[in-house]
Design a protein around this ligand. Structure first.
Ligand code: SF4
Ligand code: SF4
Length: 441
């Protein structure tokens, strides 16, 4: 038995439900007859649409141009013709412009023999430029533009580059499968990032419920003679959050309102690293990603390699449809994901999973008064007092909620998960943030 570590403050241990998909190899989802490609698939401003109705597009063609440093390029996932440009709801409920492409014609990259580019001959600037051009953003869910994350301030030495293989949300196994099936490519991606960031140390954090991935990564690192440490972590949610992961691995706390770079660290998810490998070595833009489609309501849960813009309903069909009608569909994981209802909602860069939950799994007994048990406080990894913040928000006292640390809330859901009174604490935090922005407090 190996010693494992984790973060000390707060956190919960939900059932992980990973056995539904963690032994099943990734398979390709069908190419959609119609792709719906939103211009806003990342944190920051939407991309500017570069095409019009009737235009012919090629696989991987730039169809949305980044409008600022906090934006990202968008590429067509398939060859075809622009059928229309319309407003759609994204999986997170935000409305925005999307290009609808009807699939036709030949693929430029898929199924073709690909030339591997020699990234070792490329300068740091060229590598960064490639990552930017290819529209790479964080694929762990936050969709933070990767070029911004890798832009190290003048005079700053990155001490740790941390690779996030934690995947602590229940049901999700896309990163786990990727580590098993694309081990060497991920290690190449890490070496590319090493060239950019020149960190003193590289760590890969993986939770102990993925022993095969830990072993495989360790063996591959050893075989290649790389100076990378694979660190097994005790299972605890929300360890996949970069702030918690940094506490677990290097025992450093990102300051309130700060970034990992403030403590000399950069964190990237394994899916992002794989996308960087494809962008740099295969010259491939971010046009597909791995999505876990899971839940006991589904006939055949799976991990699918999906073209961005595919309608979620088509992924559910690919998994054999529903064995039982779901009570709730979630984009992302059940702790931090977004509920949605429309099966035509497209997969975007930030969609790590589609989870179909049954009535039993979404049981929500009625709310009762707070019994001041303090469990929400004990569970909060950010050291907040959710019950106090919630009460301020309930009373419209947003300044007081801010003073209690509302903006440090990660919306991880731990407090709501443990609350015996079933008080919708996280919804309260979300509302509080919206209101403080609206009121410009
Ligand atoms: S949702 Fe916010 S307040 Fe609740 S436990 Fe997570 S960080 Fe703390
Ligand atoms: S866990 Fe729920 S009942 Fe207990 S103190 Fe927090 S809000 Fe109140």
């Amino acid at each position: 038995m190996r010693n494992t570590i984790t973060f000390a403050r707060g956190g919960v241990h939900p059932h992980d439900y990973k056995s539904l998909t963690d032994k099943i190899p990734i398979k390709n989802a069908p190419i959609p007859a119609e792709s719906i490609i939103p211009m806003h698939q990342h944190m920051g401003s939407p991309a500017e649409c570069m095409v019009q109705q009737g235009d012919t597009v090629r696989e991987g063609m730039l169809i949305g141009k980044a409008t600022s440093a906090f934006s990202a390029n968008i590429h067509s996932p398939v060859p075809g013709v622009v059928k229309e440009i319309k407003q759609v709801y994204l999986p997170n409920g935000v409305k925005g412009k999307a290009v609808v492409v009807a699939f036709e014609g030949e693929f430029d990259q898929s199924g073709k023999l690909q030339e591997l580019l020699n990234w070792k001959d490329m300068s740091k600037t060229d590598l960064m430029d490639r990552i930017k051009q290819m529209g790479i953003v964080g694929l762990g869910g936050a969709t933070f533009p990767t070029p911004i994350k890798f832009s190290v301030r003048e005079g700053t030495q990155i001490e740790y580059f941390v690779v996030n293989g934690v995947e602590c949300e229940p049901f999700l196994t896309a990163d786990h499968r990727l580590m098993l099936e694309k081990t060497d490519d991920i290690l190449t991606g890490i070496q590319i990032v090493e060239r950019i960031l020149t960190p003193r140390k590289i760590l890969i954090g993986i939770e102990e419920n993925k022993p095969d991935a830990i072993l495989l990564m360790e063996e591959a690192v050893k075989d290649k003679g790389l100076d990378i440490e694979v660190i097994p972590l005790k299972m605890k949610y929300p360890q996949g959050d970069e702030k918690q992961l940094l506490v677990s691995l290097i025992d450093r706390q990102v300051p309130s309102g700060g970034l990992p770079m403030d403590i000399g660290a950069v964190v990237s998810n394994v899916g992002t690293i794989f996308a960087i490998y494809e962008a740099v070595v295969l010259n491939k833009p971010l046009i597909e990603r791995i999505v876990t489609v899971s839940g006991y309501c589904l006939k055949n849960p799976a991990n699918l390699k999906v073209r961005l813009g595919t309608k979620i309903g088509e992924l559910i069909e690919e998994c054999g449809g529903f064995a039982h009608a779901p009570a709730k569909l979630i984009s992302g994981g059940p702790m931090m994901g977004f509920a949605f209802a429309d099966p035509d909602t497209p997969v975007t860069k930030g969609v790590s999973g589609i989870i179909a939950l049954s009535k039993k799994e979404v049981k929500s007994p009625s709310e009762t008064p707070c019994i001041a048990c303090g469990r929400c406080i004990a569970s909060c990894p950010m050291g907040l007092s959710p019950t106090v913040i919630y009460k301020w928000i309930e009373h419209g006292e947003y300044e007081e909620a801010l003073a209690e640390g509302l903006m440090d809330c990660k919306e991880c859901g731990c407090c709501g998960y443990v609350c015996p009174a079933h008080i919708p604490l996280v919804q309260g935090m979300k509302l509080g943030k919206i209101m403080t922005r609206k009121k410009k407090i």
